[in-house]
Design a binder for this molecule. Structure first.
Ligand code: ASP
Ligand code: MG
Length: 462
């Protein structure tokens, strides 16, 4: 089971998590994965940026805040016998963190490697605290980093990729013996290390991924993700008043949803679970008796609803490659995506008209400028591309449901309902999985489009 940052945000919540672990471990063998406490990772990102600018004064203030709040929580949750050792460990980590921050400030340089090292402190601080809280309710625990638990990655710092075979082997070897001794492993989410031992991160929100990797390695029966909401919803409840929690969804649908803005799970986290068909239960740690959302290989109840959820992903932009010379010229698309890829621009949506005179790509808004520049350098002046256009005011609307596959008329209903609200659609894509139709509207039209679709497909409470 994995506890997200909000489920560990303060001493009472950590004690609550410890009780959940206690209850579940009576009848199950459990591995616990901890995120950083509350917003710690965001604060560490800020410290990294401040240090890079040389603003040590503000960086230090933030660091002190992190240290003090962790120490305070530690004293409140640890059992008497454990407090001193825990506090010493946290202080050591805090000193390490301070040195890292000073090193960055000294060089005014923040590499992706040093950034990962700095971000790792969030989970390295939270994990021993959660382990101590679980000990305080009578459990035997052992705090481990992702690397100590056996997860090895490549050296793509910031978004490292787990080396599955060796990770699975190592995790099995290291965690099974703990279980044999009735010790519950409590593992840092989000972070791992290269084979050489440099600390890496799995990308923001990566603790889910840690949990599914460990589960796959150990052949777990279930994965429980404890979070601060009741589960995945039919739409963002801040946009749609009558949005409801989805009881069951399939891996395929969850993947589309997490990719398209439901910040419920790290998109790659579903891979190990899906591959090994391990059901993932998403649950609210403050209301553990609520059913939550079950993500599984089962698609049986999809017959009833063609569309299951509507999501929105904001802060994107469109980059369009325009050139009449592209018609019938093989290799242009390859060049486009290769250029974007090697400049680290993630492409979220693609469309090409059949006239072949334009190719449009949707990317994160912060990447638009980099994408345009890279494409200009790579493509202009060679006779087939005339110009690269950009549009920054955009958001993606994604309509998701495996029942859409092979059902005629869904697209007509999707675009009909949006058109009735006078919302203009600028770009459309349908993945060939047919689990999703996604399109682009302007940022201000986004919420209205989501509401129209939610209504059209009868997703909410009546
Ligand atoms: N603490 C990390 C983050 O905020 C990982 C996680 O929460 O899953 O991104
Ligand atoms: Mg988090």
């Amino acid at each position: 089971m994995k506890f997200g940052g909000t489920s560990l945000a303060n001493a009472p919540r950590i004690k609550n998590a410890a009780r959940i672990i206690q209850r579940s471990s009576q009848e199950n063998k459990v591995v616990v994965v901890a995120s950083a406490i509350g917003e710690t990772t965001d604060q560490l990102v800020e410290i990294a940026e401040l240090a890079k600018k040389g603003d040590l004064e503000r960086a230090r203030k933030l660091l002190n805040r992190i240290t003090l709040s962790h120490l305070k929580i530690a004293r409140l949750v640890a059992g008497r016998g454990d407090t001193r050792e825990l506090v010493a460990r946290l202080e050591q980590l805090s000193t390490d963190l301070e040195r890292t921050m000073e090193g960055i400030a000294q060089l005014r340089e923040l590499t992706s490697r040093s950034r990962d090292y700095l971000l790792s402190f969030g989970e390295r601080l939270s994990t021993p605290i959660l382990a101590a809280a679980a000990s305080a309710v009578g459990l035997r625990t052992r705090a481990l980093t992702g690397a100590e638990a056996g997860i090895a990655t490549d050296d793509n710092f910031g978004e490292a990729k787990p080396l599955l075979e060796i990770s699975y082997h190592q995790v099995h070897q290291r965690l099974e013996p703990l279980w044999t001794r009735k010790v519950i492993p409590v593992v840092t989410g989000f972070i791992a290390a290269t084979v050489e031992g440099s600390i890496t991160t799995l990308g923001r929100g990566g603790s889910d991924y840690t949990a599914t990797l460990l589960a796959a390695a150990l052949g777990a029966d279930e994965i429980w993700i404890w979070t601060d909401v009741d589960g995945l919803m039919t739409a963002d409840p801040r946009i749609v008043k009558n949005a409801v929690v989805l009881r069951n969804i399939s891996f395929g649908e969850a993947l589309e949803l997490s990719y398209f803005g439901a910040k419920m799970m790290h998109p790659r986290a579903l891979q190990p679970a899906g591959q090994k068909k391990i059901p993932v239960q998403i649950k609210n740690s403050s209301r553990p008796n609520q059913t939550g959302t079950l993500v599984s290989a089962n698609e049986s109840d999809n017959g009833r609803k063609v569309v299951k959820a509507v999501s929105i992903i904001r802060d994107v932009g469109i980059v369009t490659i325009i050139g009449s010379g592209m018609m019938g010229a093989p290799g242009v698309a390859a060049k486009v995506f290769q250029t974007l890829g090697s400049n680290n621009v993630n492409v979220m949506m693609i469309s090409q008209g059949s006239s072949e005179a334009t190719i449009s790509c949707v990317v994160a808004r912060r990447d638009v400028e980099r994408a345009v520049r890279a494409l200009q350098l790579a493509l202009l002046g060679q006779g087939y591309v005339d110009r690269i256009a950009e549009e920054r005011d955009a958001c993606i609307i994604a309509v998701v449901g495996s029942g859409m596959k092979g059902t005629p008329g869904v697209a007509a209903r999707v675009f009909g309902s949006v058109a009735r609200k006078k919302v203009n659609v600028r770009m459309v894509a349908q993945g060939s999985s047919e689990y999703n139709i996604s399109f682009i509207v302007s940022e201000k039209d986004g919420p209205e489009a989501v509401r129209a679709l939610h209504e059209e497909f009868g997703l909410g409470t009546k």
